[in-house]
Design a protein around this ligand. Structure first.
Ligand code: MG
Length: 292
């Protein structure tokens, strides 16, 4: 099941996407429930999937992030692909590099919920604040069933599905402050979408993840190459933190980010970043200079 959050005629709806027909069929949900996006399906408390109304052409709706306002910060995993861990450690921006390029335990940070923007929305570059803006293509896990001290073998019982996140990062701020939150949470720095898919839609053993900047392939890897896999991430986070339905966990980015190049290839106004994950779709966002 492919589930989009969108607006039509100024009203937010949640709907079932049919890619073959190019349509999205709104779920029959009260308007106030649809406000929470995909959370309206996740928080059904066993009531099942609601009926759908007449399908609409996808090109007539405006996509929003699947969860437009996450209830709390997005959990993120740092340095979770081997080659990326090495390129980041060499870049000089990694305040954790002294402990070695490849972490012994997952590095966890977060992005504030207000940084989320939809597929197609502009990511704002504020050149007064940062001149080192980078992209990070990532698979994001959406928690369905909450829990604490979740065992690795039970982890997928707690996964509702997945979406794509571009973990946009101000490298200079990430390096300046030893905690990464400021560099990761700038306004508009969490493009998410284009929609969410239930966990049956993606084969984690084979799914590819790619990132293009202005059509130029920069990142090209597979989800199976994660250093800390999804069960390990969920077990680590939930050991002493109760995970809640609708929590979002960005799982880390492969090699090929801008700081992996010499000289670095930072993003500038006018660039378009496209992230693809097999089984989910394509998340594409233009980058613009923040209006003054
Ligand atoms: Mg990241």
């Amino acid at each position: 099941m492919r589930v989009a959050t969108f607006t039509i005629a100024g009203e937010r709806r949640v709907g079932l996407v049919d890619l073959d027909r190019g349509t999205v069929a709104p779920f029959d949900l009260p308007v106030e429930r649809a406000e929470s996006g995909v959370l309206a399906l996740i928080e059904r408390n066993g009531a099942g999937v609601p009926a759908t109304l007449s399908p609409l052409p996808l090109d007539r709706v405006v996509l929003e992030a699947p969860v437009p306002q996450p209830r709390r910060n997005i959990f993120c995993v740092g340095k979770n692909y081997h080659e990326h861990a090495h390129e980041f450690a060499k870049s000089g921006f990694d305040s954790s590099a002294a402990a070695g390029a490849v972490p012994k335990n997952p590095i966890i940070f977060s992005k504030v919920p207000e940084s989320v923007v939809a597929c197609g929305s502009a990511v704002q570059i504020d050149s007064r604040v940062s001149e080192a803006i980078d992209y990070e293509a990532e698979l994001a896990v959406i928690i369905g069933k909450g829990g604490r001290s979740i065992a690795r073998e039970d982890a997928f019982d707690h996964v509702w599905g997945y979406t794509i996140v571009n973990d946009v990062t101000a490298r200079d701020l990430q390096g300046k402050y030893s905690q990464w939150l400021i560099g990761k949470s700038q306004d508009t720095f969490c493009p998410m979408g284009p929609w969410a898919v239930t966990k049956d839609e993606i084969d984690l053993d084979t799914a590819g993840i790619r990132c293009f900047v202005n059509g130029d392939l920069r990142q090209d890897s597979r989800i199976a190459m994660l250093i800390f896999d999804i069960p390990t991430i969920i077990a680590t986070l939930s050991e002493g933190i109760t995970l809640k339905p609708g929590d979002i966990i960005a799982t880390g980015t492969p090699a090929g980010v801008g700081i992996g190049f010499t000289p670095p290839k930072y993003l500038k106004a006018g660039d378009v970043v496209r992230v693809e994950i097999d089984g989910i779709g394509t998340l594409e966002n233009p980058f613009v200079e923040r209006p003054r």
